[in-house]
Design a protein around this ligand. Structure first.
Ligand code: NAI
Length: 699
């Protein structure tokens, strides 16, 4: 049973009880329907109250049932709502804390609604590329009016219950300070008072009046279209809400059902739901159970106050954790602290930070040149130059000074975390925490698990990622980990495209049309082309067999590192991030093709996209096969949160699944016969899954 039934006088109280948020799964729906029927059969009962135990009234559909036939098994949510609405005894809902999605739709089907203030009221389905499919689009406008309901349904954002007091959504919003018991008592008293009132009020019988609604709807269509981008759901939400004005209730309900089923099948919604689950899955590591003890993180330190160190320190301060940055020279330290201050000042000026929070955060960040000042930090994140020699010096020193039990983390983006760990006498305390630039903004945190990393250290890093409001994804040790190892193959293809006939603006435009936030060359200019240059120089010694287009090296030899030097693949004007093509660079690219004897040819968008995206996919398949990533959805999360991969395509591995792995493989095999075919050896896992008719995400 996941709903409790008890009787208070002449009122039956049904309490949904399916932790954590009373999701309306099959068992809960069954128990609620049985509760209503039991109350109807009991001659002593005159009215029914429905509420929810614990942290929520109801968070809506049970996400565990999302892709399972259980969601369609009777009693469905529709049946539950109809049972409540058609009950011959009044049904009162008692709402608190969270009333979202199906929870709100159930409430709208009941005859009366009482709420505590501060409850979050929402129909958030649009955020998963859907629309409320259990009457929400037809009933909410009938109690809130067209405009307010449209805003809530198209945005999916929660509105606090007290803000909706006085509307027909609530019969009563109780005074602040009332607790759960007070709510239930008030609901029972209310139920007793109205027990004999007939006819029973039904939201479905109300009308949505809006003078000149067509003009308003047309205006809204234009606005929604402009902000919805590639996602169909917001406009579908609008059209179904419009049906609440233009159609009879039953017809509107049927229309809602039809559009809901349509959205369920769209790639965009599937991608959003995939990302939703992927984020939850990413924090699970099979051999590190959820109850693994974690270490306390009350104080942090960061080594290096450069681009990354500053951003990382801000993360700790934003989470309320005091942090000390250590540098070798006062000048570098002052510069790092000043950059942080400037960053916070600009947020303050934009009104996105209160003066109090500003003072608090700036106050939590201190600087030092002395290791003694950081010795008792619970975690230290090293963010010095990407050079094994420098990392060695730092980690030997950390081993010497840090208190026992401190976590020693490295922000390295490519180097071997096991080698770094071996510089210390406590490799189990060493882990990679790879932040992405700008570290105070980007959501991704790649957590690199070394051979010796302790389970409690890993569990602490995962918990910390949540505290820092990041999406933590675990990666094994390899050159570049998940994200940068894949991006290298992507960048290689981008370089070869220049050799073969493209210019940077053409490649970037194709990738941006595909949906990337930024094409590879604009991204290079933003991150700094010198970073890749440095890595290629290292690779030339370590792995001389790996080939690259020389264009990026030629660009760096011109001193064009990107935005920070005023120009890279493109030119930039001060204070303007717009990229302007540069003739000298484009001439250099064309000349290079001639120098290496390649006849330039026209290359279309499709080839550009396939070469870049399938380069990611093929490397992703290797990474999955080697166990560097725990699951395909982790790779998708890395790309969605760290590399601007289009959300509506669900990440590279999900995208490959939607294209069909046999199709992806056939294209890769075709590329393997072309120039630089050696870069296109299909990953064995891709070959295997394609043959088995499976996908990366459905192995
Ligand atoms: P940066 O050059 O901006 O900053 C490095 C800072 O470390 C400098 O301020 C330098 O004075 C300081 N430093 C050097 N040796 C030191 C030592 N022995 N003790 C204390 N401080 C020392 O470099 P950035 O970009 O911040 O990179 C730092 C690390 O983060 C590297 O491992 C890099 O691979 C990684 N990373 C960089 C990303 C980026 O986009 N820049 C992204 C993710 C990781």
């Amino acid at each position: 049973m996941s709903a409790d039934y008890h009787v208070s006088g002449a009122v039956a109280v049904i309490t949904l009880n399916n932790p954590p948020v009373n999701g309306l799964g099959l068992v809960t729906r069954t128990a609620a329907v049985e509760g209503i029927r039991k109350a109807l059969d009991d001659a002593n009962i005159k009215a029914i109250v429905i509420t929810g135990a614990g942290k929520a009234f109801s968070g809506g559909a049970d996400i565990k049932e999302f892709n399972s036939p259980k969601a369609m098994t009777e009693p469905t949510l529709h049946t539950l709502i109809r049972t409540a609405e058609e009950s011959t005894k009044p049904v009162v809902v008692a709402i608190h804390s969270v009333c979202m999605g199906g929870g709100l739709e159930l409430s709208l089907g009941c005859h009366y609604r009482i709420a505590l203030p501060g409850a979050q009221i929402a129909l958030p389905e649009v955020k998963l590329g859907l629309l409320p499919g259990a009457g929400g689009t037809q009933r909410l406008p009938r109690v809130l009016g067209l405009e307010a309901a449209l805003n809530m349904i198209v945005s999916g954002n929660p509105v606090p219950s007290e803000q909706l007091a006085g509307t027909a959504l609530f019969d009563e919003v109780l005074p602040a300070g009332t607790d759960f018991d007070g709510l239930v008592k008030a609901a029972v008293a209310f139920a007793e008072k109205i027990a004999d009132v007939r006819p029973l009020p039904k939201v479905r019988d109300r009308k949505v009046d809006y003078p000149n609604h067509e003009a308003f709807l047309q205006f809204s269509r234009n606005t929604v279209k402009a902000v919805a981008g590639p996602f169909p759901a917001p406009l579908e939400c609008l059209e179904t809400v419009a049906a609440s004005v233009t159609m009879k209730f039953e017809d509107g309900l049927a229309f809602e059902r039809e559009r809901f089923m349509h959205l369920m099948q769209t790639t965009e919604s599937k991608a959003l739901r995939h990302a939703f689950f992927a984020e939850r899955e990413a924090s699970k590591v099979p051999d590190v159970p959820a109850d693994t003890p974690t270490r306390k993180i009350a104080r942090a330190a960061v080594i290096g106050a450069g681009t990354m160190g500053g951003g990382i320190a801000m993360n700790f301060a934003n989470a309320g954790i005091p942090v000390t940055m250590l540098e070798t020279k006062q000048e570098a330290l002052d510069k790092g602290l000043a950059t942080i201050r400037k960053n916070y000042e600009s947020t303050l000026k934009k009104g996105k930070l209160t003066q109090e929070k500003f003072d608090q955060r700036v106050g939590l960040i201190t600087g030092t040149l002395d290791y003694a000042d950081i010795a008792d930090a619970d975690i230290v994140v090293e963010a010095v130059f990407e050079d094994m020699g420098v990392k060695e010096t730092v980690f030997k020193k950390l081993d010497e000074v840090m208190k026992q039990g401190a976590i020693l983390a490295s922000n390295t983006s490519t180097l071997d975390v096991d080698r770094i760990a071996a510089f210390t006498s406590r490799p189990h305390d060493v882990i990679g925490t790879h932040f992405f630039s700008p570290a105070n903004v980007m959501k991704l945190l790649e957590i690199v698990r070394g051979k010796a990393t302790g389970n409690d250290v890993l569990a602490t890093a995962l918990a910390l990622s949540k505290k820092l409001k990041k999406t933590g994804v675990v990666s094994g040790v390899c050159d570049g980990f998940i994200g940068n190892r894949m991006i290298e193959q992507y960048s290689r293809q981008a370089g070869y495209l220049l050799d073969e006939g493209c210019l940077p603006e053409q490649v970037d435009a194709a990738m941006e049309r595909f949906g990337f936030a930024m094409g590879p060359f604009r991204m290079g200019d933003l991150a700094g082309n010198d970073i890749g240059w440095y890595i290629r120089k290292r690779r030339a010694i370590e792995k001389p067999e790996i080939q690259y287009s020389k264009t990026a090296d030629l660009l760096c030899e011109l001193g064009r590192f990107g935005q920070k030097t005023g120009g890279g693949w493109y030119d930039y004007k001060p204070g303007d991030r717009k990229a302007y093509p540069n003739q000298q660079v484009n001439d250099m690219i064309v000349k290079h093709s001639a120098d290496i004897g390649v006849e330039r040819r026209p290359i279309g968008d499709q080839e550009i996209v396939e070469r870049l995206v399938y380069a990611l996919v093929n490397e992703g398949a290797h990474i999955l096969e080697e166990g560097i990533a725990l699951r395909a959805s982790d790779i998708d999360m890395v790309y969605l949160t760290g590399y601007g991969f289009p959300l509506y395509r669900g990440g590279p591995m999900f995208y490959a699944d939607t294209v069909g792995l046999p199709n992806v493989l056939a294209t890769i095999e075709r590329f393997a016969k072309g120039r630089h075919g050696d870069a296109w050896r299909p990953a064995p896992l891709l070959v295997q899954l394609a043959a088995e008719g499976k996908g990366f995400n459905s192995r």
